[in-house]
Design a protein around this ligand. Sequence first.
Ligand code: 5RP
Length: 223
Amino acid sequence: MTQDEMKQAVAEAAVEQIKSKLESESIVGVGTGSTANFFIDELAKIKHTFDGAVASSEATADRLKQHGIAVYDLNSVNQLDFYIDGADEFNEKFELIKGGGGALTREKIVAAVAKTFICIVDETKKVDLLGEFPVPIEVLPMARSYVARELCKLDAEPIYRDGFVTDNGNQILDVHDLEIEDAVALESKINNLVGVVTNGLFAERSADIVLMGTQQGVEVLTR
Ligand code: 5RP
């Protein structure tokens, strides 16, 4: 099975997980990235069974709309039963690194609101220790160099994602070589640096269920 075939399989499995629980007024939280795109295409096949979606990026909103799925502002939504999104890495506690696509802040907000966060990944994303993938940090542009200097004090190597502007008009530092023994503590410590909007560690609000595509099929991992 190719990586794309595993992504397709987890997208189908995610729709299977949620479809019996969706009602005509349900709103689904939808993530960003190539795996999320497979999910959107599968979700479109059952679009008549729910009301609409909240998108974690402009790209996701565009794809949902192309499928004729209504996209709601999160502020107008009272309840979000599910958030479905990919990840760049996950560990056995279902803590994640996200933000490879730069949508981490909106992703974290939608994940915070959702009752159940279903993470859809292929087996290449599973790690014992988070941090091989650099942790993206969204920063206000004027704070970029200050935040980078503070991160260097943690013996990490922040690299400016040159030319990339987030949907919120901010910039991204991709931080290599972070020691992530305690992801919850590090998430909070980085978020406390002034000028940081948020970082791509999803540990305080980790995933609830991981659907992992493998060569043998999709594994449903629960805690
Ligand atoms: C985007 C993300 C994505 O979920 C993450 O980068 C994984 O992407 P893909 O499904 O393309 O491998 O966090 O900001």
